[in-house]
Design a protein around this ligand. Structure first.
Ligand code: BEZ
Ligand code: FE
Length: 288
């Protein structure tokens, strides 16, 4: 096209694809160009604003490392990560939610009923439930990869004071699909806001807080992996999670239990619980 205009540039873009371009690549790139062009038209984007956007991406690139990916965080706070999740989640199965950047490889195995909190202090919680299939049958041998913040609001990979495996565990369900562990209640915390994403949040008058949650990746043979989070019903940030991860079925009440009722068969290191809370959560995995 020799005479490219404001009106025909989107169509012209589509016409530049090679004959043997993968149809899905063509579909996705055409749609992307269409929306970018419409965005520029709709907002009447100025040169200064366009340049600022490119500087933002450059800063995100500079701050990104194997430990910190500012582009994923951008996708998270724009709601894109959650939308992709929701578009591909199976109705009737447990909702998926964002993975986040704080998962570690090779989490330490923990036996059913084991203590994930080690010697950390805080409100003791017994977390238990089952992993089931879509028909409600328990799944034996399912693997739960579990992680959460320490009481100081930091994940182990953010905190030089913590062992890299603190508040991380790998558990395998028993013959009845059951899992159980003790921990301390995870706390609400802020996503990293000292980079370009923090600038966007501040410019938009938004805060960087996420409500208290436990992370899980649940895997079982013959089923799709489930990446999800379980939230505390009484958290003040539940209705304003900065990464849009909360789903109704993932919100759980931490039910207070009286002193002296701590269940047999549960390990508890360090502090002995006078009273504690109980969270009962079943995971339903979609078929592969
Ligand atoms: C997290 O839950 O660990 C998380 C998710 C998205 C961005 C930052 C942190
Ligand atoms: Fe988290």
């Amino acid at each position: 096209m020799r005479n490219v205009t404001k009106e025909n540039i989107t169509e012209t873009f589509t016409g530049y694809f090679g004959d043997d371009t993968d149809p899905r690549v063509k579909e996705v790139l055409s749609s992307l160009a269409h929306h970018i062009h419409e965005f520029v038209r709709e907002t009447k984007l100025t040169h200064d604003e366009w340049r600022k956007g490119l500087e933002f991406l450059e800063w995100a690139g500079k701050i990104t490392s194997p430990e910190r990916n500012e582009f994923v965080l951008l996708s998270d706070v724009l709601g894109m990560s959650s939308l992709v999740d929701m578009m591909h989640s199976t109705p009737e199965a447990t909702s998926s939610s964002v993975l986040g950047p704080f998962h570690v490889s090779n989490p330490p195995p923990l036996e059913i009923g084991g203590d994930m909190k080690r010697d950390f202090e805080g409100e003791v919680v017994v977390v238990e439930g089952r992993v089931k299939d879509m028909s409600g049958n328990p799944i034996a041998g399912a693997e739960l990869d579990i992680w959460q913040t320490a009481p100081n609001g930091m994940y182990s990979s953010q905190d030089p004071e913590q062992d890299i495996h603190s508040f991380h565990a790998l558990m395998t369900t028993d013959a009845n699909g059951r899992y159980a562990f003790t921990t301390v209640r995870p706390v609400s915390y802020t996503v990293p806001d000292d980079g370009p994403v923090g600038e966007i949040l501040r410019a938009a008058g938004r805060h960087p807080w996420r409500p208290s949650h436990l992370h899980f990746v649940v895997k079982a043979a013959g089923h799709r992996d489930l990446v999800t989070e379980v939230f505390a019903a009484d958290d003040p940030y539940l209705d304003e999670d900065t990464v849009f991860g909360v789903r109704e079925d993932l919100v759980m009440t931490y039910v207070p239990q009286p002193a002296g009722s701590f269940p047999d068969g549960y390990a508890l290191s360090g502090q002995v619980a006078d009273s504690f809370a109980r969270v009962d959560f079943d995971f339903v995995l979609p078929a592969a």
